[in-house]
Design a protein around this ligand. Structure first.
Ligand code: ZN
Length: 277
C-alpha cells in the first residue's frame, strides 16, 4: 500500500543520512543542523543558537501552545560508519524489510518523524508548548552542551521526551519512564491506550535510555531532566544496532511512532498542568 507520509519520511531521511554528519565531517553536521533549523522555523518555532563553532552549536527551538510543556531532546550528529557494512552506510537502503544507514535510529529517523508529524498537523493546529533541544556532539561526549546547558535560562518543562524509544521484536512497547507526576501519567496512559489499540503489548521500565558515555555523562539527563518527569518515545527496536554496522529501523515502528508522537502532542495539551490542580 502506498503511504505518502512514509515516502516523504524516506526521502528526508535519505537526504540526512547522505550528509554523513559524523564527528570527522563538520560540514555534514553543519548541513544537518541548518536543515533542522529551516524546518523548525517553517513549523513556527523560535530558534536560538549557542556556542562559537557553527558545526557543533546547540540549537534551542521553542513554540507556544496549551497544556504541559514538552521538552524534546535530540542531536544532529551520528556515529562514524565503521567497517563491515554490507550496504553503503551513507545511502539509505531498504533491505530485508528495514531501512539501513548510519544514524537512522540514533537519531536522524526520530528527528524526521517528529518534524513530519508537526507538519502534518499544520502550524496553526494547537499542540502542547514545545522546547526542542538539539546538540551536535553526542557521539564525542558533548563538551559544548556540558559547558552551555548549566549557563542557559531554561523554562520549566513538565515532561521531558528522550531522543528515541524502543519496541520489542514482537512489536510490544518497552516504554521507559521516570519520575512521572499525575499529569505525566495521564499522558502515558494515552500512549499506552493507542499501543494497545494497535495490538501491541506495553510494559513500563522505570529507567533512562542507555547512553554511549553513561547516564552521568549525558548533558540532557544531568543538566535538563534532573529528576523531572521523563519518557522515551521512538521507533527503535533490538535490531536497530545503534553505533554498530547495519544500523536500521523497521517501517512499521516508524509509522506507529508517528501516531504515538501525535497522541503525545494532543494528550499533553489536554492534561492539566500541575499548577492548575
Ligand atoms: Zn543518540
Amino acid at each position: 500500500m502506498h503511504d505518502p507520509l512514509m515516502q516523504r519520511f524516506t526521502e528526508m531521511l535519505a537526504h540526512l543520512v547522505g550528509l554523513a554528519p559524523t564527528p570527522s565531517n563538520p560540514a555534514g553536521r553543519q548541513a544537518v543542523r541548518e536543515y533542522m533549523i529551516g524546518w523548525l522555523i517553517r513549523l513556527g518555532f523560535d530558534i536560538t543558537e549557542h556556542g562559537d563553532d557553527p558545526t557543533s552549536q546547540v540549537v534551542i527551538a521553542s513554540r507556544g501552545g496549551k497544556g504541559l510543556r514538552l521538552g524534546l531532546c535530540g542531536h544532529y550528529d551520528v556515529e562514524e560508519a565503521g567497517d563491515g557494512w554490507s550496504t553503503p552506510p551513507f545511502e539509505l537502503t531498504l533491505q530485508g524489510g528495514r531501512l539501513l544507514g548510519r544514524g537512522v535510529a540514533d537519531n536522524l529517523g526520530p528527528l524526521v518523524l517528529r518534524l513530519l508529524v508537526l507538519e502534518t498537523l499544520g502550524r496553526d493546529t494547537p499542540t502542547a508548548p514545545l522546547l526542542w533541544v538539539l546538540q551536535g556532539e553526542e557521539e564525542t561526549g558533548s563538551p559544548v552542551a556540558h559547558a552551555l546547558y548549566p549557563t542557559l535560562p531554561w523554562p520549566q518543562v513538565d515532561l521531558w521526551i528522550e531522543e528515541t524509544g524502543y519496541f520489542e521484536r514482537d512489536g510490544a512497547q518497552r516504554f521507559l519512564a521516570r519520575d512521572l507526576d499525575a499529569t505525566g501519567q495521564r499522558v502515558v496512559d494515552a500512549l499506552e491506550a493507542v499501543a494497545r489499540q494497535a495490538g501491541r503489548g506495553f510494559t513500563i521500565h522505570p529507567r533512562y535510555l542507555n547512553k554511549a558515555f553513561g547516564e552521568s555523562r549525558c548533558p540532557f539527563l544531568t543538566h535538563l531532566v534532573r529528576g523531572r518527569p521523563y519518557v522515551a518515545l521512538g521507533p527503535n527496536d533490538p535490531d536497530s544496532r545503534i553505533h554498530h554496522i547495519g544500523e536500521s529501523l523497521a517501517p512499521d515502528n516508524i509509522r506507529f511512532a508517528m501516531t504515538q508522537f501525535e497522541i503525545l502532542l494532543t494528550a499533553a495539551m489536554n492534561a492539566q498542568t500541575p499548577t492548575q490542580i
